[in-house]
Ligand binder design. Structure first.
Ligand code: SF4
Length: 330
């Protein structure tokens, strides 16, 4: 549902030649590609340059159809399982990470593989191993079925990590109070929801051990904070991202919690002009796997219906860059 009337806090611009008031567009920054996504895409591109096409990629390298289609055009072939990769062909593992069994299987088959797992996801994997070595059962906060969660659960033997998604799940845990527990989290969760779940864990299990800094990555936190900065002044917030992109879905939720209507869009063409009825100020952001080209595409689409008055709202400067795997450095 769109707001029936423009936000009363939004100064209404004079009508344009079409008789329509200008649309104020607040563009959140940071938005879009993070360092992990940049790195993962570069790994596939460099692998194609080095080995020649086709280079197989297990799972969408990042959750964005536009990115996947561009890489397909350059010679990448996307599959869901290693069994679909023919012998003698290089394979890249996606930014979300994979269970340990996957590289083990690739080695067994003698496949050349490149791991595009984001270093911040790998950090959680290493933390899981450390907690296990210390004899602690791990409570993992994440969304069931997401590839990052499948990858992290697959770092430790079955039965040593328990997934919780909600506060209700925490209430259902049946460990004794004195059990040696630790918790870890998925990197792309809602900062606010996760704080509540962690607090519920700490209340139920006062001795539970957690990471020094939360596992939610800098890009997820920064994009959520940027949406919080614009959403209260917006009638509608558009989040560019895929329906299977965890961090994009969280941005929609954050905008809604700030009182704005919010929609997830993948491409400019999806925007229906009726969405803009009664909208004076529109917020725009993009999930960490959505390229900047799509931000321009969405703004161009909005400009088909209204004169766009664009304003960037920057909350923080990002300078993070991750190194490429050694095999691609020389
Ligand atoms: Fe890495 Fe965070 Fe980007 Fe995921 S969203 S690839 S964890 S930096």
């Amino acid at each position: 549902m769109n707001a029936p009337f423009p936000n009363p806090d939004t100064p209404q611009a004079n009508p344009d030649a079409r008789g329509m008031p200008a649309l104020k567009v607040l563009v959140a920054s940071p938005r879009g590609f993070c360092a992990g996504v940049d790195r993962a895409i570069e790994i596939v591109e460099r692998a194609i340059d080095r080995y020649g096409a086709p280079v197989f990629v297990r799972h969408e390298i990042v959750h964005n159809r536009y990115v996947v289609d561009e890489l397909k055009a350059k010679g990448a072939v996307f599959v869901e399982e290693l069994d679909e990769v023919p012998d003698g062909v290089p394979v890249v593992f996606s930014a979300h990470g994979v269970p340990k069994a996957v590289p083990a299987k690739a080695e067994e088959r003698g496949l050349d593989y490149l791991d595009a797992t984001c270093p911040l996801v790998s950090k959680v994997h290493r933390q899981a191993e450390r907690q296990l070595e210390k004899g602690r059962h791990i409570i993992f906060v994440g969304h069931a079925g997401h590839p990052e969660v499948i990858g992290t659960l697959g770092q430790v033997p079955e039965g040593t990590m328990t997934l919780v998604e909600t506060i209700e799940d925490v209430a259902r845990l049946d460990f004794p109070k004195e059990e040696e527990l630790s918790f870890l989290t998925q990197t792309t969760l809602s900062v606010d929801d996760t704080a509540e779940i962690v607090s519920a864990l700490q209340t139920r299990f006062p001795n539970i051990v957690g990471p020094k800094a939360e596992d939610i990555c800098y890009a997820t936190s920064n994009r959520q904070a940027a949406v919080k900065a614009i959403a209260p002044s917006c009638d509608l917030v558009l989040v560019i991202g895929a329906p299977n992109s965890s961090n994009s879905l969280r941005l929609v939720e954050v905008a809604e919690r700030c009182g704005a209507d919010a929609k997830l869009v993948q491409r400019g063409a999806e925007i229906d002009p009726s969405w803009l009825d009664g909208v004076g100020t529109l917020g725009l952001t993009a999930g960490a796997s959505a390229p900047e080209k799509l931000v321009r595409e969405v703004i161009d689409r909005l400009a088909e219906f209204r004169t766009v008055d664009e304003e960037k709202v920057r909350t923080v400067e990002e300078k993070m860059v991750f190194k490429l795997p050694r095999q691609l450095m020389d």
